[in-house]
Design a protein around this ligand. Structure first.
Ligand code: PBG
Length: 331
């Protein structure tokens, strides 16, 4: 039952700012943001990432400073990605299991800086540690083998949990890894460490700048299409999500973000669970390039795209614009 024109004028509630605020269905707050940070060795090091203007790799002191900044801005969670020194990358990515690796030290430096005031999310996958840039172990034919990789990912997740990670986020797309990681966390006395699974992660052209940032772009031969999803598939994404939930994921992620908002909406409608999206590096770069080219106003582009994730059903968004967006929202 609805009125019709002129009793019904949808423009009536849009006529003033106060009314638009009153009728807004979806809002974005700093608490919706997860800030991905790139970590590098050294002291007082800030290395700008060329293909991600405005984003840098930070040494541990810089990571601690970003953690303090995030707390002050009301950002609830940081996501960490290491740029492993080339000499420590190997065929089997063994550095991922080193309790004193860059990732583990970064977790501790955040704890020292801000205690438990912020969540730390760690990526579970081998690509920042392998000499071939793949997310798992490869056989002689270059195929990324599933079950042996899962065994290593379990140890990687335990290593991160022991160092103090709050959320482990497997981004590798191996089959069965969520269950294996969940069981291992329970057995190892980490019942409250969450799993946010990259459940629907697509083999995307939008990851290029990220691979620059973690130093895997030049190493990677070929692509990741035998494990990451085909961009044409939506039903398969729902199957991936169903499996990860059944295996014990606390929340699920869709990645990339904006080009896959249909997937976010479908997942939210079907499962009614916490859904996150990763506005990935190529999306960030696209917004920055558009703004630099004068095609749009940067702040407005940033806030509109992030709000779109909320509208589609996301509980939160991983975005390199997190600090900037939080500043805008707090102003
Ligand atoms: C790797 C990983 C990737 C991203 C997050 N974790 C890249 C890839 O799968 O090659 C991409 C994030 C981004 O582009 O911002 N496991």
């Amino acid at each position: 039952m609805t009125a019709s024109y002129p009793a019904l004028r949808l423009r009536r509630t849009r006529a003033s700012a106060w009314s638009r605020a009153l009728h807004r269905e979806t809002v974005l707050t700093p608490a919706d943001l997860i800030w991905p940070l790139f970590v590098t060795e050294g002291e007082n090091v800030e290395e700008p990432v060329g293909s991600l203007p405005g984003v840098s790799r930070w040494s541990l002191d810089g990571i601690a400073a970003r953690a303090r900044e995030a707390v002050a801005l009301g950002i609830p969670c940081l996501a960490l990605f290491p740029n492993t020194p080339p000499g420590l990358r190997s065929e089997d990515g063994g550095e991922a299991l080193n309790p004193d690796n860059l990732m583990c030290r970064a977790i501790k430096s955040i704890r020292d800086a801000v205690g438990g005031e912020i969540g730390v999310l760690t990526d579970v996958a081998l690509d920042p540690y392998t000499s071939h840039g793949q997310d798992g172990l490869v056989d002689d034919a270059g195929y990324v083998v599933n079950d042996d990789t899962v065994a290593v990912l379990v140890d990687q997740a335990l290593n991160q949990a022991a160092a103090g990670a709050d959320i482990v986020a497997p981004s590798d797309m191996m089959d069965g890894r969520v269950r294996a990681i969940r069981m291992a966390l329970e057995m190892a006395g980490h019942p409250n460490v969450q799993i946010m699974s990259y459940a629907a992660k697509y083999a995307s052209a939008f990851y290029g700048p990220f691979r620059d940032a973690v130093g895997s772009r030049g190493l990677l031969k070929g692509d990741k299409k035998t494990y990451q999803m085909d961009p044409g598939n939506a039903e398969e994404a729902l199957r991936e999500v169903a499996l990860d939930l059944a295996e014990g994921a606390d929340s699920v992620m869709v990645k990339p973000g904006l080009p896959y908002l249909d997937i976010v909406a479908k997942v939210k409608q079907r499962f009614a669970v916490p859904v996150f999206a990763y506005q990935v590096s190529g999306e960030y770069a696209m917004i920055e390039a558009a703004a630099a080219a004068g095609a749009g106003e940067r702040d407005a582009l940033v806030l509109e795209t992030l709000l779109a994730f909320k509208r589609a059903g996301c509980s939160g968004v991983l975005t390199y614009h997190a600090a900037h967006a939080a500043r805008l929202l707090n102003a």
